[in-house]
Design a protein around this ligand. Structure first.
Ligand code: BGC
Ligand code: BGC
Length: 604
């Protein structure tokens, strides 16, 4: 048999013709396999080929045991080689959550989380950041990113607030489309499939940012309060607030959409025929494929067959199983054989998946381009992240000319655990699903950056509790770096967004030991600062800046201006959360959406 004799292998043919040729050769089992997305540790190598698996993923923290770029590349290559052994050699999509750089991988550049990019208001920056992320993914063979996150978070108690660009639909729409272009197109405008591009996945369709407190499935995780809950919005509100980012993403070439864990109209999104098939694929003209979220199909019903039938018939094309693909495939094939799922629906799902694989050029280039391995974590990309950090900082208060720090400051007292902890400044979705404090990725902490940036005549002393017991007197400047510890998803749902008692003690202690106090807040959302802001001469919201703390020092020393603007309304107290709650009176927030000073004290 001639290996290249089948029409579908011929890159000169249009993708649609190749899809039809390949589809006509496939058995039911082969089709079902293409609809299956498996977590990498949940499948033996041989099963990838034996079950014709269509996609695999690294979940949060899903690194190879040696977490290096070379090991990532070798791991993905190993999986891809299995898929290519099948009789039709259909390549795998391999996905990861590179939501702020290829951050599961040690050595990648970790960019600010989307909340900081939202503060920048800079679509060109967002596009360049997404492109750098895609290049680091592609170099390791990961051809699929579960990003951009297009939620329009309406309640900052949500543990995914920082994954969103902001509370405003227009902002999310503009920056989400920019991120999508960055992942799917080269700087020269070459399309998806060109070296350094990856398939993007706008998520989570739709209304994930609009859930109501206390509506999450309690059986899963006691602490989930908003995440995966119920979106109470009526259809007009859902369309006005949460849908527009998808319309724009599709216009910009989105070919994969991840469905939301949340529910709407009394039904899980994963079972919504109306929103998946009629609105997304019909009305919006989405021609790519839908993918489920992690184990979300199983949550439709405790009976797997019922769940599979409901979701696939609703318009779900690929299922992130993620663990037990045998059970899933068994039920999917059973449902097709019995006619509960029509072969037309299966063909439509597989057609969509194959079309994307052909358009990505995966049949011609199934392996990434590992010539990019040497560039992972390179200086050019670190400089880009540093630029992003500079543009993400929002100056909320600046009295007595506290900022920028003057060059003739002889002594700066730095306090707070977050000042010298790269894990804290990176936040969730970094090496681990939940992130982790400590020295987890290479980069520069804020303290290291301050020391590198200050004039030789300035001494930077660090005492985490801010007491400086071994020193006499007061420093002209005190810098407290405080905020939230890393979290992700519903684990970060929190009723009270006050600063921890430990951090408040740091601020009190340092206040006693300095003339002017600057507070840098590291957090995935606005925190309540009302009870201590009077003690601070300056307050900077730095969000979750990532691996390049240098960007913070640049702005503090006045080497770059403050330009960031709030992507979320900043509440005075928890009574003002969520904003626009119909049952509470509207009161003036501490800082409105869009607020941000320049160092001169003017609204920038
Ligand atoms: C999250 C998604 C993510 C997926 C894979 C889910 O729990 O909701 O955003 O893409 O896991 O890690
Ligand atoms: C995985 C994440 C996933 C989460 C969902 C974790 O174990 O690492 O990728 O989003 O489970 O609950």
């Amino acid at each position: 048999m001639h290996l290249h004799s089948e029409p579908y292998r011929n890159p000169a043919l249009p993708a649609a013709a190749r899809v039809e040729d390949l589809l006509s050769r496939m058995t039911l089992e082969e089709k079902a396999g293409q609809m299956t997305l498996v977590e990498k540790n949940s499948i033996g190598l041989a099963d990838i080929a034996d079950r014709f698996i269509g996609g695999m993923l690294s979940g949060g923290g899903g690194s190879p045991s040696r977490n290096t770029p070379a090991a990532w590349a070798a791991m993905v290559r190993g999986f891809q080689e299995q898929a290519l052994k099948t009789r039709w050699g259909v390549p795998l999509l391999y996905g990861a959550d590179a939501v702020h750089g290829h951050a599961n991988m040690r050595g990648a550049v970790v960019f600010p989380h989307n909340i900081g990019l939202g503060a920048s208001r800079d679509p060109d920056l967002v596009e360049r950041v997404a492109r750098a992320t895609a290049e680091e993914l592609a170099a390791t063979g990961v051809n699929w990113n579960y990003a951009p996150m297009l939620a329009v978070p309406q309640d900052i108690r949500w543990g995914r607030t920082y994954e969103g660009f902001g509370e405003d639909t227009g902002l999310v729409t503009e920056l989400g489309a920019a991120a999508l272009r960055g992942m799917q197109k080269t700087a020269e405008g070459a399309r998806l499939g060109s070296p350094g591009t990856v398939l993007a996945t706008p998520k989570h369709y739709v209304g994930d940012g609009g859930t109501a407190w206390g509506t999450s499935d309690m059986f899963l995780q006691q602490q989930y309060m908003l995440d995966q809950g119920v979106t109470p919005a009526d259809e007009a509100t859902l369309r006005a607030i949460h849908l527009p980012p998808y319309v724009e993403a599709i216009r910009n070439g989105a070919l994969c959409v991840m469905v939301s864990f949340s529910s709407w109209g009394g039904m899980k999104m994963h079972a919504q025929h109306y929103l998946l098939s009629e609105v997304l694929k019909g009305e919006l003209g989405f021609r790519g494929f839908t993918v489920s979220d992690w184990g979300a199909v199983q949550r439709i019903s405790s009976d797997l067959l019922t769940a599979v039938v409901a979701s696939v018939n609703a318009g779900l094309d690929m299922v992130m199983v993620p663990y037990d693909c045998r059970a899933f495939l068994g039920e999917l094939i059973r449902a097709i054989r019995s006619g509960d799922i029509s072969i037309q629906r299966v063909d439509n799902a597989v057609r969509r998946i194959l079309m994307v694989k052909f358009e990505m050029g995966l049949f011609e280039h199934p392996f990434g381009d590992d010539s990019g391995l040497a560039q992972i974590g390179c200086d050019e990309r670190r400089q880009l992240a540093r630029e992003a950090v500079r543009k993400s900082l929002v100056l909320l208060k600046n009295q007595a000319g506290a900022l920028p720090l003057s060059d003739d400051t002889p002594l700066v007292f730095v306090a707070g655990r977050a000042a010298d902890d790269i894990g804290i400044q990176c936040g969730g979705w970094t090496v681990e699903w939940q992130g982790q404090p400590g020295d987890i990725v290479p980069g520069t902490t804020i303290l290291e950056a301050l020391r590198a940036s200050c004039p030789r005549t300035t001494e930077v002393a660090y005492d985490p509790p801010g007491e400086f017991e071994s020193r006499a007197g007061r420093a002209p400047v005190g810098l407290a770096v405080v905020g939230e510890l890393p979290y992700a998803e519903g684990i970060g749902d929190r009723a009270d967004l006050s600063l921890s008692e430990e951090d408040r003690a740091v601020i009190r202690a340092l206040r006693e030991r300095c003339e002017r106090l600057v507070v840098i807040l590291i957090s995935g959302r606005p925190l309540i600062v009302t009870d201590w802001i009077e003690q601070a001469d300056a307050l900077v919201a730095a969000w979750l800046p990532g691996s390049e703390g240098q960007g913070v020092a640049d702005v503090l020393f006045g080497h770059a201006p403050f330009t960031g603007k709030l992507p979320y309304t900043w509440p005075r107290s928890m009574d003002q959360v969520p904003q626009g709650d119909p049952v509470r009176p509207t009161s003036t927030p501490l800082f409105p959406y869009g607020y941000g000073l320049d160092a001169g004290g003017a609204l920038s």
